[in-house]
Design a binder for this molecule. Structure first.
Ligand SMILES: [Zn+2]
Ligand SMILES: [Zn+2]
Ligand SMILES: [Zn+2]
Length: 478
Protein backbone atom coordinates (compact mmCIF):
# COMPACT_ATOMS: atom_id res chain seq x y z
CA UNK A 1 0.00 0.00 0.00
CA UNK A 2 1.40 3.42 -0.99
CA UNK A 3 0.90 6.73 0.84
CA UNK A 4 0.28 6.51 4.58
CA UNK A 5 1.36 3.31 6.28
CA UNK A 6 -1.32 1.00 7.70
CA UNK A 7 0.13 1.58 11.14
CA UNK A 8 -0.74 5.32 10.86
CA UNK A 9 -4.45 4.62 10.41
CA UNK A 10 -6.94 4.41 13.27
CA UNK A 11 -7.38 0.68 14.09
CA UNK A 12 -10.97 0.46 12.83
CA UNK A 13 -10.04 2.04 9.48
CA UNK A 14 -7.01 -0.24 9.12
CA UNK A 15 -9.30 -3.23 9.81
CA UNK A 16 -11.79 -1.96 7.22
CA UNK A 17 -9.01 -1.64 4.64
CA UNK A 18 -7.80 -5.14 5.44
CA UNK A 19 -11.33 -6.53 5.12
CA UNK A 20 -11.68 -4.87 1.71
CA UNK A 21 -8.52 -6.60 0.50
CA UNK A 22 -9.92 -10.08 1.17
CA UNK A 23 -11.03 -12.10 -1.88
CA UNK A 24 -14.66 -12.46 -0.77
CA UNK A 25 -15.10 -8.76 -0.02
CA UNK A 26 -16.94 -7.75 -3.17
CA UNK A 27 -19.67 -10.34 -2.64
CA UNK A 28 -19.83 -9.72 1.10
CA UNK A 29 -20.19 -5.99 0.49
CA UNK A 30 -23.03 -6.64 -1.96
CA UNK A 31 -24.81 -8.77 0.66
CA UNK A 32 -24.42 -6.25 3.48
CA UNK A 33 -25.74 -3.52 1.19
CA UNK A 34 -28.81 -5.56 0.35
CA UNK A 35 -29.25 -6.21 4.08
CA UNK A 36 -29.45 -2.41 4.44
CA UNK A 37 -26.29 -2.27 6.58
CA UNK A 38 -27.78 -4.46 9.31
CA UNK A 39 -25.79 -4.24 12.56
CA UNK A 40 -26.36 -7.90 13.51
CA UNK A 41 -26.44 -9.70 10.15
CA UNK A 42 -27.13 -13.42 10.27
CA UNK A 43 -24.78 -15.76 8.40
CA UNK A 44 -26.40 -18.85 6.89
CA UNK A 45 -25.01 -21.84 5.05
CA UNK A 46 -27.20 -24.06 2.92
CA UNK A 47 -29.00 -24.49 -0.35
CA UNK A 48 -32.30 -23.93 -2.06
CA UNK A 49 -33.71 -25.97 -4.92
CA UNK A 50 -36.77 -25.21 -7.04
CA UNK A 51 -38.27 -28.12 -8.97
CA UNK A 52 -41.15 -28.40 -11.39
CA UNK A 53 -44.13 -29.59 -9.36
CA UNK A 54 -45.16 -32.20 -11.94
CA UNK A 55 -42.04 -33.40 -13.75
CA UNK A 56 -39.51 -32.87 -10.97
CA UNK A 57 -37.27 -31.02 -13.43
CA UNK A 58 -34.71 -28.76 -11.79
CA UNK A 59 -35.66 -25.14 -12.45
CA UNK A 60 -33.28 -23.27 -10.22
CA UNK A 61 -30.71 -24.08 -7.57
CA UNK A 62 -28.59 -22.05 -5.22
CA UNK A 63 -25.92 -23.13 -2.78
CA UNK A 64 -23.74 -21.08 -0.47
CA UNK A 65 -20.90 -23.42 -1.46
CA UNK A 66 -20.75 -21.41 -4.69
CA UNK A 67 -20.50 -18.11 -2.83
CA UNK A 68 -17.02 -16.59 -2.38
CA UNK A 69 -17.97 -16.01 1.26
CA UNK A 70 -19.24 -19.56 1.78
CA UNK A 71 -22.33 -18.12 3.46
CA UNK A 72 -25.32 -15.92 2.81
CA UNK A 73 -26.20 -12.85 4.86
CA UNK A 74 -29.70 -11.92 5.93
CA UNK A 75 -30.72 -8.90 7.95
CA UNK A 76 -31.51 -9.55 11.62
CA UNK A 77 -34.96 -7.97 11.24
CA UNK A 78 -34.96 -6.64 14.80
CA UNK A 79 -37.63 -4.07 15.47
CA UNK A 80 -35.73 -2.21 18.16
CA UNK A 81 -33.63 0.81 17.25
CA UNK A 82 -31.41 0.06 20.26
CA UNK A 83 -30.46 -3.31 18.73
CA UNK A 84 -30.22 -2.57 15.01
CA UNK A 85 -30.74 0.91 13.57
CA UNK A 86 -30.97 -0.42 10.01
CA UNK A 87 -33.67 -3.04 10.59
CA UNK A 88 -35.62 -0.76 12.95
CA UNK A 89 -35.84 1.80 10.12
CA UNK A 90 -37.31 -0.83 7.82
CA UNK A 91 -39.80 -1.80 10.52
CA UNK A 92 -40.69 1.85 11.07
CA UNK A 93 -41.33 2.31 7.35
CA UNK A 94 -43.50 -0.79 7.23
CA UNK A 95 -45.48 0.33 10.27
CA UNK A 96 -45.96 3.75 8.70
CA UNK A 97 -47.38 2.18 5.54
CA UNK A 98 -49.55 -0.17 7.56
CA UNK A 99 -51.05 2.76 9.51
CA UNK A 100 -51.36 5.23 6.64
CA UNK A 101 -53.03 2.71 4.32
CA UNK A 102 -55.70 2.23 7.00
CA UNK A 103 -56.27 6.01 7.01
CA UNK A 104 -55.96 7.09 3.38
CA UNK A 105 -56.14 3.78 1.50
CA UNK A 106 -53.46 2.14 -0.64
CA UNK A 107 -51.72 -1.25 -0.45
CA UNK A 108 -54.99 -2.95 -1.30
CA UNK A 109 -57.18 -0.78 0.96
CA UNK A 110 -59.73 1.37 -0.96
CA UNK A 111 -59.34 5.16 -0.74
CA UNK A 112 -62.91 5.45 0.55
CA UNK A 113 -61.57 4.36 3.92
CA UNK A 114 -60.56 7.99 4.50
CA UNK A 115 -64.27 8.80 4.87
CA UNK A 116 -64.82 6.29 7.68
CA UNK A 117 -65.11 7.71 11.21
CA UNK A 118 -61.78 7.35 12.99
CA UNK A 119 -60.15 8.64 16.14
CA UNK A 120 -56.62 8.95 17.43
CA UNK A 121 -56.83 7.69 20.97
CA UNK A 122 -54.30 8.08 23.79
CA UNK A 123 -54.82 6.08 26.97
CA UNK A 124 -52.70 6.67 30.04
CA UNK A 125 -51.83 4.86 33.25
CA UNK A 126 -53.15 6.14 36.57
CA UNK A 127 -50.80 7.67 39.14
CA UNK A 128 -49.11 5.37 41.66
CA UNK A 129 -47.42 8.18 43.55
CA UNK A 130 -46.01 11.64 42.92
CA UNK A 131 -43.06 11.86 40.51
CA UNK A 132 -40.75 14.69 39.55
CA UNK A 133 -41.88 16.26 36.31
CA UNK A 134 -41.05 19.04 33.94
CA UNK A 135 -44.02 21.37 33.89
CA UNK A 136 -44.55 23.92 31.17
CA UNK A 137 -46.81 26.92 31.18
CA UNK A 138 -46.79 29.17 28.12
CA UNK A 139 -43.27 28.01 27.29
CA UNK A 140 -41.93 28.69 30.80
CA UNK A 141 -40.72 25.86 33.02
CA UNK A 142 -42.71 25.80 36.27
CA UNK A 143 -41.71 24.48 39.70
CA UNK A 144 -42.12 20.69 39.85
CA UNK A 145 -44.49 20.30 42.79
CA UNK A 146 -44.73 23.43 44.94
CA UNK A 147 -46.08 22.88 48.48
CA UNK A 148 -46.78 25.50 51.11
CA UNK A 149 -45.37 24.86 54.61
CA UNK A 150 -43.01 22.19 53.19
CA UNK A 151 -44.87 19.11 54.52
CA UNK A 152 -42.99 15.85 55.05
CA UNK A 153 -44.25 12.36 54.20
CA UNK A 154 -44.32 9.57 56.75
CA UNK A 155 -40.78 8.67 55.71
CA UNK A 156 -39.51 12.12 56.67
CA UNK A 157 -39.01 13.28 53.07
CA UNK A 158 -40.40 16.53 51.58
CA UNK A 159 -43.71 15.95 49.81
CA UNK A 160 -43.06 18.80 47.41
CA UNK A 161 -40.29 19.85 45.05
CA UNK A 162 -39.57 23.45 44.11
CA UNK A 163 -37.09 22.70 41.33
CA UNK A 164 -37.69 23.56 37.71
CA UNK A 165 -36.73 20.37 35.88
CA UNK A 166 -35.37 20.61 32.36
CA UNK A 167 -36.54 18.01 29.83
CA UNK A 168 -33.28 16.04 30.08
CA UNK A 169 -33.16 16.15 33.90
CA UNK A 170 -32.53 12.53 35.00
CA UNK A 171 -34.77 13.21 38.01
CA UNK A 172 -37.85 13.67 35.81
CA UNK A 173 -40.14 10.64 36.11
CA UNK A 174 -38.52 9.48 39.36
CA UNK A 175 -40.75 9.28 42.46
CA UNK A 176 -40.61 12.12 44.99
CA UNK A 177 -40.47 9.43 47.71
CA UNK A 178 -39.62 5.86 46.67
CA UNK A 179 -41.24 4.49 49.83
CA UNK A 180 -44.53 6.31 49.23
CA UNK A 181 -44.60 5.13 45.61
CA UNK A 182 -46.81 2.06 45.10
CA UNK A 183 -44.41 -0.12 43.10
CA UNK A 184 -46.52 -3.25 43.41
CA UNK A 185 -49.57 -1.59 41.90
CA UNK A 186 -47.43 0.06 39.19
CA UNK A 187 -45.92 -3.28 38.08
CA UNK A 188 -49.28 -5.04 38.24
CA UNK A 189 -50.85 -2.28 36.18
CA UNK A 190 -48.23 -2.67 33.42
CA UNK A 191 -48.77 -6.43 33.54
CA UNK A 192 -52.54 -6.03 33.11
CA UNK A 193 -52.46 -3.27 30.50
CA UNK A 194 -53.01 -5.74 27.59
CA UNK A 195 -56.10 -7.06 29.38
CA UNK A 196 -57.37 -3.50 29.91
CA UNK A 197 -56.93 -2.86 26.21
CA UNK A 198 -58.77 -6.08 25.32
CA UNK A 199 -61.65 -5.16 27.60
CA UNK A 200 -61.80 -1.69 26.06
CA UNK A 201 -62.15 -3.12 22.56
CA UNK A 202 -65.01 -5.33 23.83
CA UNK A 203 -66.69 -2.51 25.74
CA UNK A 204 -66.98 -0.14 22.78
CA UNK A 205 -69.27 -2.41 20.68
CA UNK A 206 -71.30 -3.13 23.81
CA UNK A 207 -71.80 0.59 24.43
CA UNK A 208 -72.76 1.15 20.79
CA UNK A 209 -75.42 -1.58 20.90
CA UNK A 210 -76.79 -0.11 24.13
CA UNK A 211 -76.96 3.39 22.66
CA UNK A 212 -78.60 2.27 19.41
CA UNK A 213 -80.83 -0.28 21.10
CA UNK A 214 -79.72 -3.09 18.77
CA UNK A 215 -78.43 -6.58 19.43
CA UNK A 216 -74.81 -7.66 19.14
CA UNK A 217 -75.71 -9.74 16.13
CA UNK A 218 -77.30 -6.74 14.42
CA UNK A 219 -74.18 -4.68 15.12
CA UNK A 220 -71.92 -7.34 13.60
CA UNK A 221 -74.05 -7.31 10.46
CA UNK A 222 -73.70 -3.54 10.11
CA UNK A 223 -70.31 -2.45 11.38
CA UNK A 224 -66.87 -3.49 12.55
CA UNK A 225 -64.40 -1.83 14.86
CA UNK A 226 -60.83 -1.81 13.58
CA UNK A 227 -57.72 -0.53 15.26
CA UNK A 228 -53.94 -0.34 15.20
CA UNK A 229 -52.09 0.54 18.37
CA UNK A 230 -48.63 0.99 19.87
CA UNK A 231 -47.39 1.48 23.38
CA UNK A 232 -45.08 4.18 24.64
CA UNK A 233 -42.98 3.93 27.78
CA UNK A 234 -43.02 7.00 29.93
CA UNK A 235 -40.18 8.21 32.08
CA UNK A 236 -42.12 6.98 35.13
CA UNK A 237 -41.90 3.42 33.76
CA UNK A 238 -45.59 3.09 32.95
CA UNK A 239 -47.00 2.66 29.49
CA UNK A 240 -49.38 4.71 27.38
CA UNK A 241 -51.37 3.36 24.46
CA UNK A 242 -51.70 5.29 21.19
CA UNK A 243 -54.22 3.92 18.76
CA UNK A 244 -56.08 4.59 15.57
CA UNK A 245 -59.64 3.33 16.03
CA UNK A 246 -61.98 3.19 13.04
CA UNK A 247 -65.55 2.17 12.28
CA UNK A 248 -66.08 0.22 9.05
CA UNK A 249 -68.78 -1.74 7.33
CA UNK A 250 -69.25 -5.35 8.55
CA UNK A 251 -66.33 -6.77 6.55
CA UNK A 252 -63.87 -4.00 7.19
CA UNK A 253 -62.38 -1.09 5.23
CA UNK A 254 -63.80 -2.27 1.86
CA UNK A 255 -67.34 -1.53 2.99
CA UNK A 256 -68.92 1.78 3.95
CA UNK A 257 -69.89 2.19 7.60
CA UNK A 258 -73.62 2.48 8.43
CA UNK A 259 -75.13 5.99 8.59
CA UNK A 260 -75.25 6.00 12.41
CA UNK A 261 -71.47 5.50 12.62
CA UNK A 262 -70.09 8.95 13.33
CA UNK A 263 -66.80 10.20 14.73
CA UNK A 264 -68.72 11.68 17.68
CA UNK A 265 -70.28 8.31 18.54
CA UNK A 266 -66.87 6.67 18.32
CA UNK A 267 -65.21 9.30 20.53
CA UNK A 268 -68.04 9.19 23.07
CA UNK A 269 -68.05 5.39 23.39
CA UNK A 270 -64.25 5.27 23.60
CA UNK A 271 -64.29 7.76 26.46
CA UNK A 272 -67.05 5.95 28.33
CA UNK A 273 -65.40 2.57 27.81
CA UNK A 274 -62.03 3.88 29.07
CA UNK A 275 -63.72 5.20 32.22
CA UNK A 276 -65.62 1.94 32.81
CA UNK A 277 -63.24 -0.93 32.13
CA UNK A 278 -61.24 -2.35 35.03
CA UNK A 279 -59.45 -5.53 36.06
CA UNK A 280 -59.64 -6.92 39.56
CA UNK A 281 -56.32 -8.33 40.75
CA UNK A 282 -55.46 -10.13 43.99
CA UNK A 283 -53.51 -7.94 46.40
CA UNK A 284 -49.93 -9.09 47.21
CA UNK A 285 -51.03 -9.10 50.82
CA UNK A 286 -53.60 -11.94 51.02
CA UNK A 287 -55.36 -10.20 53.89
CA UNK A 288 -55.98 -7.04 51.84
CA UNK A 289 -58.97 -6.65 49.49
CA UNK A 290 -58.28 -7.09 45.74
CA UNK A 291 -56.95 -4.15 43.73
CA UNK A 292 -58.99 -2.61 40.96
CA UNK A 293 -56.85 -1.48 38.04
CA UNK A 294 -58.23 0.83 35.36
CA UNK A 295 -57.07 3.45 32.86
CA UNK A 296 -55.73 6.80 34.01
CA UNK A 297 -58.03 9.79 33.99
CA UNK A 298 -55.99 11.54 31.31
CA UNK A 299 -57.50 10.44 28.05
CA UNK A 300 -57.34 11.98 24.64
CA UNK A 301 -59.49 11.39 21.58
CA UNK A 302 -58.80 13.42 18.48
CA UNK A 303 -60.44 13.19 15.08
CA UNK A 304 -57.94 12.36 12.33
CA UNK A 305 -58.22 14.74 9.40
CA UNK A 306 -57.42 13.85 5.81
CA UNK A 307 -55.41 17.06 5.44
CA UNK A 308 -53.60 19.04 8.09
CA UNK A 309 -55.61 22.25 7.55
CA UNK A 310 -58.84 20.80 8.86
CA UNK A 311 -59.76 20.29 12.51
CA UNK A 312 -57.96 17.48 14.21
CA UNK A 313 -54.58 16.01 13.43
CA UNK A 314 -53.34 15.01 10.03
CA UNK A 315 -53.37 11.34 9.06
CA UNK A 316 -49.67 11.42 8.15
CA UNK A 317 -48.76 12.87 11.50
CA UNK A 318 -50.61 10.04 13.25
CA UNK A 319 -48.94 7.39 11.08
CA UNK A 320 -45.47 8.83 11.74
CA UNK A 321 -46.16 9.10 15.45
CA UNK A 322 -47.26 5.48 15.73
CA UNK A 323 -44.40 4.22 13.52
CA UNK A 324 -41.91 6.03 15.73
CA UNK A 325 -43.04 4.19 18.86
CA UNK A 326 -43.17 0.85 17.06
CA UNK A 327 -39.35 0.73 16.93
CA UNK A 328 -38.77 1.66 20.56
CA UNK A 329 -38.37 -0.55 23.56
CA UNK A 330 -38.71 0.28 27.21
CA UNK A 331 -35.30 2.04 27.26
CA UNK A 332 -36.85 5.50 27.49
CA UNK A 333 -38.00 4.63 30.97
CA UNK A 334 -34.41 3.96 32.03
CA UNK A 335 -34.45 0.15 31.90
CA UNK A 336 -32.51 -2.38 29.79
CA UNK A 337 -33.50 -3.80 26.41
CA UNK A 338 -33.12 -7.53 27.10
CA UNK A 339 -34.39 -10.05 29.66
CA UNK A 340 -32.85 -10.26 33.13
CA UNK A 341 -32.27 -13.86 34.16
CA UNK A 342 -31.13 -13.70 37.74
CA UNK A 343 -32.01 -11.50 40.67
CA UNK A 344 -28.28 -11.22 41.38
CA UNK A 345 -27.91 -9.21 38.14
CA UNK A 346 -30.33 -6.49 39.21
CA UNK A 347 -27.97 -4.53 41.42
CA UNK A 348 -25.34 -4.10 38.73
CA UNK A 349 -27.71 -3.17 35.89
CA UNK A 350 -27.12 0.25 34.35
CA UNK A 351 -30.64 1.51 35.01
CA UNK A 352 -32.27 4.35 36.92
CA UNK A 353 -33.07 3.76 40.60
CA UNK A 354 -36.76 3.86 39.74
CA UNK A 355 -36.40 1.20 37.02
CA UNK A 356 -34.36 -0.92 39.45
CA UNK A 357 -37.20 -0.76 41.98
CA UNK A 358 -39.71 -1.74 39.30
CA UNK A 359 -37.49 -4.67 38.26
CA UNK A 360 -37.04 -5.77 41.87
CA UNK A 361 -40.80 -5.62 42.37
CA UNK A 362 -41.33 -7.82 39.30
CA UNK A 363 -38.98 -10.45 40.75
CA UNK A 364 -40.56 -10.25 44.20
CA UNK A 365 -44.14 -10.56 42.89
CA UNK A 366 -43.19 -13.33 40.45
CA UNK A 367 -42.70 -15.72 43.37
CA UNK A 368 -46.25 -15.24 44.64
CA UNK A 369 -48.61 -17.97 43.32
CA UNK A 370 -51.32 -15.38 42.52
CA UNK A 371 -49.12 -13.84 39.82
CA UNK A 372 -47.44 -16.91 38.27
CA UNK A 373 -49.34 -16.60 35.01
CA UNK A 374 -48.08 -13.01 34.54
CA UNK A 375 -44.49 -14.30 34.07
CA UNK A 376 -43.18 -11.18 35.76
CA UNK A 377 -39.59 -12.46 35.88
CA UNK A 378 -39.47 -12.80 32.11
CA UNK A 379 -40.97 -9.34 31.67
CA UNK A 380 -38.98 -7.60 34.42
CA UNK A 381 -36.85 -5.73 31.85
CA UNK A 382 -40.14 -4.41 30.45
CA UNK A 383 -41.17 -3.36 33.96
CA UNK A 384 -43.94 -5.95 34.03
CA UNK A 385 -45.52 -5.37 30.62
CA UNK A 386 -45.64 -8.60 28.62
CA UNK A 387 -47.74 -7.57 25.62
CA UNK A 388 -46.80 -6.54 22.10
CA UNK A 389 -45.32 -3.17 21.30
CA UNK A 390 -47.67 -2.80 18.40
CA UNK A 391 -50.72 -4.72 17.32
CA UNK A 392 -53.74 -4.32 15.12
CA UNK A 393 -57.11 -5.88 14.56
CA UNK A 394 -57.43 -8.31 11.69
CA UNK A 395 -59.11 -5.97 9.22
CA UNK A 396 -57.30 -2.70 9.95
CA UNK A 397 -55.26 -2.65 6.70
CA UNK A 398 -52.45 -4.74 5.27
CA UNK A 399 -50.22 -6.88 7.47
CA UNK A 400 -46.49 -6.54 8.01
CA UNK A 401 -46.11 -10.01 6.46
CA UNK A 402 -47.80 -8.81 3.26
CA UNK A 403 -45.52 -5.77 3.14
CA UNK A 404 -42.43 -7.96 3.66
CA UNK A 405 -43.55 -10.43 0.99
CA UNK A 406 -44.07 -7.58 -1.47
CA UNK A 407 -40.54 -6.36 -0.74
CA UNK A 408 -39.05 -9.86 -1.10
CA UNK A 409 -40.89 -10.34 -4.42
CA UNK A 410 -39.59 -7.01 -5.62
CA UNK A 411 -35.99 -7.89 -4.63
CA UNK A 412 -36.24 -11.29 -6.33
CA UNK A 413 -37.59 -9.65 -9.48
CA UNK A 414 -34.75 -7.08 -9.48
CA UNK A 415 -32.15 -9.83 -8.96
CA UNK A 416 -33.56 -11.86 -11.88
CA UNK A 417 -33.45 -8.78 -14.11
CA UNK A 418 -29.87 -7.96 -13.10
CA UNK A 419 -28.72 -11.49 -13.87
CA UNK A 420 -30.82 -11.87 -17.00
CA UNK A 421 -32.89 -14.76 -15.61
CA UNK A 422 -36.41 -15.21 -16.96
CA UNK A 423 -39.44 -14.48 -14.80
CA UNK A 424 -41.01 -17.65 -13.39
CA UNK A 425 -44.15 -18.83 -15.13
CA UNK A 426 -46.98 -18.11 -12.67
CA UNK A 427 -49.01 -21.00 -14.10
CA UNK A 428 -46.29 -23.56 -13.54
CA UNK A 429 -46.55 -25.47 -10.26
CA UNK A 430 -43.19 -25.52 -8.49
CA UNK A 431 -41.78 -26.94 -5.29
CA UNK A 432 -39.04 -25.07 -3.46
CA UNK A 433 -37.09 -26.72 -0.70
CA UNK A 434 -34.25 -25.32 1.31
CA UNK A 435 -31.95 -26.44 4.03
CA UNK A 436 -30.24 -23.76 6.10
CA UNK A 437 -27.79 -23.81 8.93
CA UNK A 438 -27.18 -20.90 11.23
CA UNK A 439 -23.47 -20.05 11.31
CA UNK A 440 -23.49 -16.99 13.51
CA UNK A 441 -24.48 -13.34 13.62
CA UNK A 442 -22.93 -9.95 13.98
CA UNK A 443 -20.20 -8.10 12.17
CA UNK A 444 -16.61 -9.23 12.24
CA UNK A 445 -13.44 -7.20 12.54
CA UNK A 446 -13.25 -4.56 9.80
CA UNK A 447 -16.87 -4.93 8.75
CA UNK A 448 -18.49 -2.22 10.90
CA UNK A 449 -17.20 0.57 8.69
CA UNK A 450 -18.73 -0.93 5.55
CA UNK A 451 -22.03 -1.75 7.20
CA UNK A 452 -22.29 1.79 8.50
CA UNK A 453 -21.62 3.13 5.04
CA UNK A 454 -24.40 0.96 3.60
CA UNK A 455 -26.70 2.14 6.39
CA UNK A 456 -25.97 5.80 5.64
CA UNK A 457 -26.69 5.29 1.97
CA UNK A 458 -30.07 3.72 2.71
CA UNK A 459 -30.86 6.53 5.13
CA UNK A 460 -30.03 9.21 2.58
CA UNK A 461 -32.19 7.52 -0.04
CA UNK A 462 -35.03 7.34 2.48
CA UNK A 463 -34.68 11.02 3.41
CA UNK A 464 -34.78 12.06 -0.24
CA UNK A 465 -37.82 9.86 -0.89
CA UNK A 466 -39.66 11.30 2.12
CA UNK A 467 -38.92 14.86 0.99
CA UNK A 468 -40.22 14.05 -2.48
CA UNK A 469 -43.48 12.52 -1.20
CA UNK A 470 -43.99 15.48 1.15
CA UNK A 471 -43.48 17.88 -1.75
CA UNK A 472 -45.90 15.89 -3.93
CA UNK A 473 -48.51 15.99 -1.18
CA UNK A 474 -48.08 19.75 -0.78
CA UNK A 475 -48.52 20.23 -4.51
CA UNK A 476 -51.64 18.07 -4.48
CA UNK A 477 -53.07 20.02 -1.55
CA UNK A 478 -52.45 23.45 -3.11
ZN1 LIG B 1 -30.53 -5.77 11.60
ZN1 LIG C 1 -39.08 17.66 41.27
ZN1 LIG D 1 -42.55 8.75 51.75
Amino acid sequence: MSGPQMSDLPPEVAAAVQRAAMPDFERWHEMIKSAGGCEQPVRLRGERVTLDGETGELIESYSTDDEPTGFLITACGNRRASRCAACAEVYRDDTYHLIISGLTGGKGVPEDVSGHPRMFLTLTAPSFGAVHARRDKAGKVQPCRPRKDRPLCEHGRPEGCGRRHQADDPQAGQPICVDCYDYQAAVLWNAHAPELWRRLTLAVPRLITAELGITHKALREQARLSYARVIEYQRRGLIHFHAVVRLDGPDGPDQPPPPWATAELLARTLRTAAAQVAVEVPHPDPAAPPMTLGWGRQLDTQPIAVAAELDGIADKHVARYIAKYATKGAEDSGTVDRPIRYATQINSLKVTQHARRMIWTCFALADLPAYHQLRLRGWAHMLGYGGHFSSKSRRYSVTLTQLRQARADHAAHAARQAEGHPEPDPNRATVTTGRWKYLGSGLMNGEHFWAEQARNRVQQARAIRNQLTDRNDEQKAS
